[in-house]
Design a protein around this ligand. Structure first.
Ligand code: HEM
Length: 277
């Protein structure tokens, strides 16, 4: 295939082409990221569920009495609830430290973050057009998207910015570090940072687990792959990049394969049977 056979913008597909692309898979997530994502998701569910019950005083609370009664029944005392919340939080921080340490050069490289999180011009336009379309004020086609759409990138930005805050303030509160004033601020910041992530999570979980069009993305968080048709229709710029990479890889291999076949080692017996000249 030549590079000019890879279109610059999506072209209408024939039924056969669409069927072929539906059958072909493209790798999207590494197994380490899948495991980390689901560990993180389960941890967040448990931490938010227990943390919400911990925010309860005479002046301010975020959960109703019946919810507190259920958690009291499960954990026995508020002390146990707090111990569980802190212990799980520390395990979570430990796992992320290992990820940061070993994944630094792979998943946290500048170019990866630029591709997966930073917004480009198309992304900014995408956010505007998406909002106008939801309000019924535009029927303009959405700009082409990369490996993640602009909404997903915005959520990732919030997550990457807030996780260190949640972790740092959690450790300060758990070990009463520095002064009571610092601990007091840590309480407020912890709550605000968790709130920002949870606000984004409502949309993230809806888009990921419920929104029918995004089903292939949901399953990709288990299998690691999406079908080419989904990539072509929803993440065209990424689909194009993958195709160009495959092309470059194929070209690199062709001369190498030729060289190998020309230089194939010949055994003594075969050499003896070869016609002279
Ligand atoms: C039950 C809860 C969750 C569900 C159903 C869910 C679903 C998904 C899905 C389907 C994707 C893949 C999107 C795609 O490939 O286009 C994804 C990616 C992602 N999710 Fe979640 N998620 C959940 C919880 C969370 C939580 C709690 C966080 C963080 C606090 C989170 C952060 C992320 C991030 C950062 C990505 C991008 C991953 C990457 O860099 O490859 N998710 N999620």
């Amino acid at each position: 295939m030549k590079s000019d056979a890879i279109p610059l913008a999506p072209l209408p597909l024939t039924a056969d082409q669409a069927e072929t692309m539906l059958q072909r898979q493209i790798k999207k997530h590494h197994v380490a990221i899948i495991l980390l994502h689901w560990f993180n998701a389960v941890t967040w569910i448990l931490e938010v569920a227990t943390g919400a019950a911990l925010v309860s005083s005479r002046l301010f609370r975020v959960t109703p009495d019946w919810y507190l009664a259920i958690l009291n029944g499960l954990f026995g005392t508020r002390g146990n609830l707090l111990r569980f919340h802190v212990a799980l939080g520390l395990v979570w921080i430990g796992v992320f430290l290992v990820y940061g340490l070993f994944g630094f050069r792979t998943y946290l490289r500048g170019e990866v973050l630029k591709k997966e999180i930073a917004l480009d011009r198309d992304d900014v336009r995408w956010l505007v057009v998406r909002a106008l379309r939801i309000l019924g004020r535009s029927d303009e086609a959405l700009p082409l998207q990369g490996v993640y759409n602009a909404g997903q990138k915005l959520f990732s930005m919030v997550v990457y910015a807030m996780l260190p805050v949640v972790m740092g303030t959690g450790v300060i509160m758990a070990f009463r570090l520095f002064s009571p004033r610092v601990v007091g601020w840590a309480v407020v910041l912890h709550f605000a940072a968790v709130g920002a992530v949870v606000a984004g999570l409502v949309i993230h979980v809806y888009m990921g687990a419920v929104f029918p069009e995004e089903k292939p993305a949901f399953f990709s968080m288990f299998t690691g792959t999406v079908d080419e048709l989904f990539a072509y229709n929803h993440h065209f710029k990424w689909w194009r990049e993958v195709k160009m990479e495959q092309l470059a890889w194929g070209r690199q291999r062709e001369p190498a394969a030729e060289a190998v076949s020309m230089e194939a080692p010949v055994s003594g017996e075969e050499a003896a049977q070869e016609p002279p000249g």
